[in-house]
Design a protein around this ligand. Structure first.
Ligand code: 9D3
Length: 232
């Protein structure tokens, strides 16, 4: 997969791309990630990319021309257009199902905004879909783009070890994880549940399933509405 990111703060992406799964996936050619600075496509000597909103109001709006020029440059860097995604607070909330869907694409173009928002003609003219990562206010779209990137790349074939990808299958059912324990058997007086030491794998699987259901009911009942899990 190729992922292009258009941003006014390209340096923000450097560190996350250097570690762990994102680093390895790039090194192994599973994903190619290219960051492009929208400001490089500003037309004037001040490198201006924002302007005051028509109709008045607080704050500034991202100008269409630098973004269109930046987009048209980036579009040509690879053969396919793929999906174009604007990270905005107005978007549909990002969920695992969307990450799965995006992981099937050959190319994504992500656009992270700053200021109060994008000139509406950007969304329309680029045929972009909008995605939000949740109902809270960030200072810009960059961290949202990184969240999306992280969630999508780990789903690409080969990005994780086999062991972990198998485990993910149970999470994609939409339940919280069962409780996990490692050594020692007793820590500060708290014991590992006896059943996990029993060696009875069928009983352990049954217990874990029950725990996952109970925790989801208690802590995230909203998840059960959407879960694929049968009505246990
Ligand atoms: C005053 C109205 N605000 C809209 C709710 C203005 C505004 C706030 C924050 C405009 C842009 C931003 C910057 N946020 C993002 O670009 C953003 C975001 C977010 O704030 N929350 C969750 N997901 C996302 S994706 C992009």
């Amino acid at each position: 997969m190729r992922i292009d990111i258009l941003t006014l703060f390209p340096e923000m992406f450097e560190s996350p791309l250097k570690y762990s799964i994102l680093k390895r996936a790039q090194d192994e050619g599973i994903v190619s990630i290219a960051i492009t600075n929208i400001r490089d496509f500003a037309a004037d000597k001040y490198r201006k990319v924002d302007d005051r909103p028509y109709g008045g109001g607080a704050g500034m709006v991202m100008m269409p021309a630098p973004l269109f020029d930046c987009f048209e440059h980036v579009e040509k860097l690879a053969p396919r257009r793929g999906r174009v995604i604007l990270l905005t607070p107005q978007g549909q909330p990002f969920r695992q199902a969307k990450a799965q869907e995006l992981a099937q694409e050959e190319r994504l173009i992500l656009i992270a905004g700053r200021y109060e928002g994008f000139d509406e003609r950007i969304r329309i003219g680029l045929g972009a879909e909008q995605i939000s990562i949740g109902d809270y206010i960030l200072n810009g779209g960059e961290l949202a783009a990184m969240v999306l990137l992280d969630a999508v790349v780990r789903l690409l074939p080969g990005a994780l070890g086999d062991e972990q990808s198998a485990q993910d299958d149970s999470f994609s059912e939409g339940l919280l994880e069962y409780p996990q324990y490692t050594r020692p058997e007793v820590f500060r007086g708290m014991r590992v549940p006896e059943i996990l030491l029993s060696g009875d794998h069928a009983k352990i699987a049954q217990w874990r399933r029950q725990q996952a259901l109970e925790r989801t009911q208690a802590w995230r009942p909203d998840l059960l509405e959407r879960s694929d899990a049968p009505d246990e």
